[in-house]
Design a protein around this ligand. Structure first.
Ligand SMILES: O=C(O)[C@H]1O[C@H](OP(=O)(O)OP(=O)(O)OC[C@H]2O[C@@H](n3ccc(=O)[nH]c3=O)[C@H](O)[C@@H]2O)[C@H](O)[C@@H](O)[C@@H]1O
Length: 428
C-alpha cells in the first residue's frame, strides 16, 4: 500500500487492524516518536492551564447567584404591568444600574409598565454608584438581576419566567478613550454580549421588540454637518465606535433573518444627574471642587472640540418614544414570518457646545475657577465635533429635546452636590 494511502486513507476506517498494530509498534520504537510524545504532553499541560484560565475568566463574569422560587417571584412581580389605559409592556432593561438604564427603567415603571433589570455591576467606574442607582430603583419596585448579558442560561431563564414584550438593551462597555486600555471589554460586552442577547430574543416565543443604544461615535470622521442617519458611518475613529457600528450591522442581520423588530439609537454625549463619572462634565466637576487641574483637549489648528451634549430627560423621552413605536417582531420558533421594522435614530440636542464653554458653565454653577491645562488632542479615538440632525426621530415619534446645556448642567450640579457633598471625597 502506498505511504500516502496508509497515512491518509481516502475512506475512514480503511486501515486494517493488523496494519495499525505494525505502525504503532514502529512508532513507539523510534526516537523521533519520543520527541512527539514530549510535545503531546506539553500541549496537554498547556491546554489544561488555558482551560483553567477560561474557567477563572468565566466565573469572573458569571458569579452572580440567581434562580429559585423566591427569585422567580421577584422577577414576575417586577415585570407586572400596572397600566389600565393601554396594553402596556413588560420590558427587560439591560444595563439597568447604568446611567441611561436607571433613568429609563424608572420612567417606564412610573407610567405603569413592567420592568426587570439586569446589570453585571462591573468596576469600569465606581460600582457603589451603580448600587445606589439599584437601591433607588428597588424603592420603586424594580428588581435588578445581577448578571452578565453573556450568560445565556440566565437570559433564557428570564424569558422562561416572563414573556417580555420589549428589550431595552443599554448594557455596554462605554467610553471612547478606554478602548485603547481594555479593548477586550468592548468585544465582550458590545459584540459577544449583544449576539448572545439576540440569540435568546430570536428564540423567545413571542419574540420581543428590541431598542438598543448605538452611539453618535459611529459617524467617526464624517465631516458633513449636521449628522444624518443616512451619512456614511464606515470611518470609525475608535474601537468603541467600531463595536457600536458592528452592533448596527449585527442587529440588521437578526432583523433580516429572524424577523426581530430592531431600533438602534445613536446617543449624543448624554449627561445629567446620576451620570457616568468617566465622562468629561462629571470628572471636571469633581476636579474643580477638589481644586485639582482639568485637562482640556484642543483640536487641529487650535480649534476647540465640540459636542452635541444631550440631557438625560430628553434621551429618556427618545427611548420611550422608540419603544412605543417599535412595532412587532414577526418570528416564531426562531423563524421569520414576515418583514419586521428596522430603524436607526439620532437622539441629540441639535446644538453643539465647545468644551471650554462647558467648563465655563460649570465654573459658574460651582462658583469656582477651574485650573485648566489645555493640550492638543492626543490620538486617542476622539472626534473633533458632533452635531445631530434629529428630523427622523421628530417625525416618527415627536422627539424634541427641551433642555439646553446651561439648564441641564445646573440640575447635574445640584444632584452632584447632594450626592457627594462639596469635596466629593467618596468618589474614587
Ligand atoms: O456621543 C457618544 O456617542 C459618546 O459620548 C460620550 O463620549 P464623548 O463625547 O467623548 O464624551 P466625554 O468623554 O464626556 O468627552 C466630551 C468632550 O470632552 C473632551 N475631554 C474629555 C476628557 C478630558 O479629560 N478632557 C477633554 O477635553 C473630549 O475630547 C470630548 O470632546 C460617551 O462617553 C460615550 O460613551 C458615548 O457613546
Amino acid at each position: 500500500m502506498p505511504l500516502e494511502e496508509e497515512l491518509f486513507p481516502s475512506t475512514p476506517g480503511k486501515i486494517k487492524n493488523q496494519t495499525m498494530n505494525r505502525q504503532l509498534h514502529r512508532c513507539f520504537s523510534s526516537t523521533s516518536t519520543l520527541f512527539l510524545w514530549a510535545l503531546f504532553l506539553i500541549a496537554l499541560t498547556a491546554s489544561y492551564l488555558s482551560f483553567q484560565s477560561f474557567v477563572d475568566t468565566g466565573s469572573k463574569y458569571f458569579t452572580a447567584s440567581w434562580g429559585g422560587l423566591q427569585w422567580e417571584k421577584q422577577v414576575r412581580n417586577s415585570a407586572q404591568i400596572r397600566r389600565s389605559s393601554s396594553p402596556g409592556m413588560s420590558v427587560l432593561v439591560t444595563g439597568a444600574a447604568g446611567f441611561v438604564g436607571s433613568h429609563v427603567s424608572l420612567a417606564l415603571k412610573k407610567r405603569g409598565d413592567g420592568v426587570v433589570g439586569i446589570d453585571n455591576f462591573n468596576s469600569y467606574y465606581d460600582p457603589s454608584l451603580k448600587k445606589a442607582r439599584k437601591s433607588m430603583l428597588n424603592d420603586h419596585g424594580i428588581f435588578i438581576v445581577e448578571g452578565d448579558i453573556n450568560d445565556a442560561k440566565l437570559l433564557a431563564k428570564l424569558f422562561d419566567v416572563v414573556a417580555f414584550t420589549h428589550v431595552m438593551h443599554l448594557a455596554a462597555q462605554a467610553g471612547v478613550r478606554y478602548a485603547m486600555e481594555n479593548p477586550g471589554s468592548y468585544v465582550h460586552s458590545n459584540i459577544a454580549g449583544l449576539v448572545n442577547l439576540l440569540e435568546i430574543c430570536k428564540s423567545a416565543n413571542p419574540q420581543p421588540s428590541i431598542v438598543w443604544a448605538s452611539s453618535s461615535s459611529v459617524y467617526g470622521l464624517n465631516e458633513k454637518v449636521p449628522f444624518s442617519e443616512s451619512d456614511r458611518t464606515d470611518q470609525p475613529a475608535s474601537l468603541y465606535a467600531a463595536t457600536k457600528k458592528a452592533g448596527e450591522e449585527i442587529t440588521h442581520t437578526y432583523n433580516h433573518i429572524y424577523g426581530l423588530s430592531i431600533t438602534g439609537l445613536r446617543f449624543f454625549t448624554v449627561y445629567g444627574p446620576w451620570g457616568r463619572p468617566d465622562m468629561a462634565y462629571f470628572s471636571f466637576t469633581r476636579n474643580i471642587l477638589q481644586g485639582k487641574p482639568i485637562t482640556i483637549y484642543r483640536g487641529k489648528n487650535r480649534v476647540d472640540l465640540a459636542r452635541d451634549f444631550t440631557y438625560i430627560d430628553d434621551i429618556v423621552k427618545g427611548c420611550i418614544g422608540s419603544l412605543d413605536t417599535s412595532g412587532r417582531s414577526t418570528g416564531t420558533g426562531g423563524k421569520k414570518r414576515g418583514p419586521a421594522p428596522y430603524r436607526i435614530f439620532n437622539l441629540g440636542n441639535t446644538s453643539p457646545v465647545t468644551v471650554p464653554t462647558l467648563v465655563s458653565i460649570l465654573e459658574r454653577h460651582l462658583r469656582r475657577k477651574a485650573k485648566k491645562h489645555v493640550i492638543d488632542m492626543p490620538g486617542n479615538g476622539d472626534v473633533p465635533f458632533t452635531h445631530a440632525n434629529i428630523s427622523y426621530a421628530s417625525s416618527e415619534f415627536g422627539y424634541r429635546p427641551t433642555t439646553d446645556l446651561q439648564t441641564g448642567l445646573k440640575k447635574f450640579v445640584r444632584w452632584y452636590l447632594s450626592y457627594y457633598g462639596y469635596n466629593g471625597k467618596s468618589l474614587t
